[in-house]
Design a protein around this ligand. Structure first.
Ligand code: 5GP
Ligand code: MN
Length: 332
């Protein structure tokens, strides 16, 4: 990592126009890593913007700096110009431009330098400088390491620390996942020393639900199906369910994890129909122990992710989706 960090710092030696981008449906780590880097680069007097493909969920509205975010879906022309006028584009928390939807196409045509910082397995290789660390549990932690290796740990203030903490907390399931180790906690310790209010961040993210979220949770739990022979739980939420329950972005996040709270269940899946396009499902996969969600998602659902958390898509009606899923599971 050090050689790559040195290379990036050479580029940062003079004032640059920089755009930071992340993946579609940005989550805590996408937003946390982007705004941590944003505040850090602003401190070095660069001209910095964050551009996301689409709107972040409301439970991230409190993130320091997020009021300045530019959202590609809301204003594609403006965002294209921001990218094209940049010297450097950072792409954070994804490793395939497809994950950034239409914004990915703009980045693909960008003539300046692109820098990927990411922790997903098997990067496609689209950037000029690529920092890929699949063993690190969040991109936000990689931003911490970038700052540390740059010898600028003293630049981490409360805002930067808060953003890094957010991404580390959300991508580790609040520090419960396997990849969490003593180094994770050492970093957390140093972030707390910068004044991070961990309790407030947790409450902002997890205890600020709208009633629509609990209603959708109840829909999913009601239709939860167990495939005991495969230690699997399957749930779904249809477009009708979304409409009836006044769905808001982010409401469906985390519901898939409830399947894993069952004893004897190692694999949990949720099919969520697109809010605009019928018969198109976004699928979330979660597992305990060694069941490889990413391999399963890439083999059958045109997706990917990590060992214990992955996503994919399916086009077709709900019944065929579940049937195809069961067949795939038996084949796997
Ligand atoms: P989620 O289920 O929360 O949407 O995604 C879980 C993990 O899988 C995330 O780390 C995300 O980056 C990855 N992921 C989700 N959807 C896709 C997809 O369509 N393609 C790929 N390659 N990864 C995905
Ligand atoms: Mn991440």
């Amino acid at each position: 990592m050090r050689t790559l960090v040195d290379k990036i710092n050479e580029l940062l030696n003079s004032k640059k126009r920089i755009t930071i981008t992340t993946h579609t449906n940005p989550d805590g780590d996408a937003i946390g890593s982007s705004f941590a880097l944003y505040h850090y680069l602003l401190k070095h007097n660069h001209d910095v913007k964050v551009v996301t493909p689409n709107k972040h969920p409301e439970f991230l509205d409190w993130v320091p700096g997020i009021k300045d975010v530019e959202i590609y879906d809301d204003n594609p022309e403006k965002c294209k110009k921001i990218i094209n006028d940049s010297d450097l584009v950072f792409t954070l928390d994804f490793n395939d431009l497809k994950r950034a939807s239409k914004l990915g196409l703009t980045i693909n045509q960008f003539k300046g330098t692109t820098i990927m910082i990411d922790h997903h397995q098997n990067p496609v290789g689209y950037s000029d400088i690529e920092i890929s660390e699949p063993n690190i549990t969040s991109t936000s932690e990689m931003i911490y390491m970038f700052i540390k290796i740059s010898g600028k740990i003293d630049k981490i203030d409360k805002d930067i620390a808060t953003c890094i903490y957010l991404g580390m907390m959300t991508d580790t399931g609040s520090f419960q996942y396997k990849g969490v180790n003593s180094s994770t906690h050492q970093i957390i310790s140093s972030l707390l020393a910068c004044g991070v209010d961990n309790n407030k961040i947790y409450n902002n993210v997890y205890n600020s639900n709208e009633i629509s979220k609990l209603r959708l949770l109840s829909v999913a739990l009601k239709n939860l199906e167990l495939i005991t022979e495969n230690k699997t739980a399957v749930m779904h939420i249809t477009q009708d369910d979304l409409k009836k329950n006044d769905y808001k972005k982010g409401d469906s996040e985390g519901i898939v994890n409830y399947g894993l709270t069952l004893s004897g269940i190692h694999f949990s899946v949720i099919f969520i129909e697109d809010e605009d396009e019928k018969n198109k499902f976004k699928i979330s996969f979660r597992s305990k122990e060694n069941f490889p969600c990413n391999d399963f998602a890439s083999s059958f659902f045109n997706g990917g992710g990590h060992l214990n958390a992955a996503g994919g898509i399916y086009k077709g009606n709900l019944n065929s989706a579940i049937e195809y899923f069961k067949k795939s599971l038996n084949e796997f």
